[in-house]
Design a binder for this molecule. Sequence first.
Ligand code: G16
Length: 539
Amino acid sequence: MTSVKTTPFKGQKPGTSGLRKTVATFKQRHYLENFVQAIFDSAPELKSQTLVLGGDGRYHNEVAVQTVLKMAAANGIKRVVVGRSGLLSTPAVSNIIRKYRACGGIILSASHNPGGPDGDFGIKYNTANGGPAPEAITNAIYARTQVLDNYKISNDADIDLDTLGDIRLGGMQVQIVDPLSDYVLLMESLFDFDAIRKMFLGGFTLCFDAMHAITGPYAKEILETRLGAKEGSVINGMPLPDFGGGHPDPNPEYAKDLFEIMFSESAPDFGAASDGDGDRYIALGKNTYVSPSDSLAILAANAHHVPQFANGVVGVARSMPTSGAADRVASAMGIPCHVTPTGWKFFGNLLNAGAINICGEESAGTSSDHVREKDGLWAVLLWLNIIAKRRLSVGDILQEHWETYGRNYYDRYDIEAIEPNKAKDVVVHLENQIPNLAGQSFSGMLVTKAYVFSYTDPVDKTVSDNQGWCIEFGETNRLVMRMSGTGTVGVTLRFYLESYDAELPSLNKPLQLALDPLLKAARILTDFERLTGRPLDKS
Ligand code: G16
């Protein structure tokens, strides 16, 4: 064991979901080690306990896994449960932490961000409940990174992670587990696999785009091998360190292969994609795309068809920028809908307290209390189980939902890599107007409420301020702007537009038409284009 002298790096503050930086940043000498030491110093309870470790297999995963293992050994961790070849999807890590009663977990992933030598890398700490560490812990980790002057690492050679079983690294036990088996067992315990299998036997067709990321093997095992979807239903199923040069973010822009298939003459009955580390998903039907906000609402409204929810949905939660579609379902069911800041960590206390058992976000994450992470494949199986029971197409389920609850037209504009000073000008410009906006009209809409979103956790009363700028135009229209916490270059500003309509004839308006007044209002209110020199559009 060696104690290595080091000096702090600026900016090792975990964002929405751990520390995400470019690979080049992570490759700097001591960069990863400093952050890992800060985790071990801030979570002394890990000593003499079990830690779970795995990553999404992106470029730098192999090197980073060995480094974390050697540092865990030097820091007195008793046992590390690690996925074979250092691989585990994010929901699989969460499950293993809970199932093996581990004290915490380290996930190596930059999620939906691109990979490869010029891409991004990331690291995240999850606590004993299987969920992302809450802000109190991530703040402590950050504070520690700022004063750290040494880290501990074992001098042992790299260990072979490709063979299942137990080996020792110094005084520490390393248990190498199959990344799939515990997760597959969990899924089998939650859903009616027989009903889904019968549906596939009856000719139901599926296309699952794994985007060359971690879910490929999980999806092949569950969808093709166990459930009998036709071989080849999982596309781009081979995980690659650079995701085949793609951007593993399941959205209309990056999951182009899938969208082409689902909007073609020969579209299968169901389409889905997941992201780099397997926690996000999107759902599609023939010529139909279900927005993540609608998907959350539909899954909540139909969950009772599925064994996992035999006792019903007790409460729902969504992040603030997510559309209010789930609120309408919750209100019709007479259950609460909690509105949290963006970031899966904010659902943790509600799930632990049993206050909710479905939650989700507009950023394509939905999950339940079966783990403490969002879970892409779980959401896909929930959809499949609902379709198997209801025998309706995705398009019919979506249309039925809108006709029952009304439609929340919804879209998000992301402007990435803005120069920090210019982004600050936009923020200051909007923030200065907030106190005086109520009563003013913008593109024909009257502002009824304008505020900076702040959240008080109902369980531990922690207050999280400055979680986004919200402007409401009556009950039906809303504009939100927030700063992303997952970008790695400059500042990413996100603009979320939402317009509710319950009138039957107008449920199928083109999205752009429905949201155009809000986009105009966003341009006026933020003066974005003048202040940044960038267009506020999708180019
Ligand atoms: C993470 C968080 C999500 C969040 C998303 C986007 O997802 O876990 O809660 O919605 O980032 O965050 P932002 O808008 O700040 O970029 P993931 O899948 O990237 O880990």
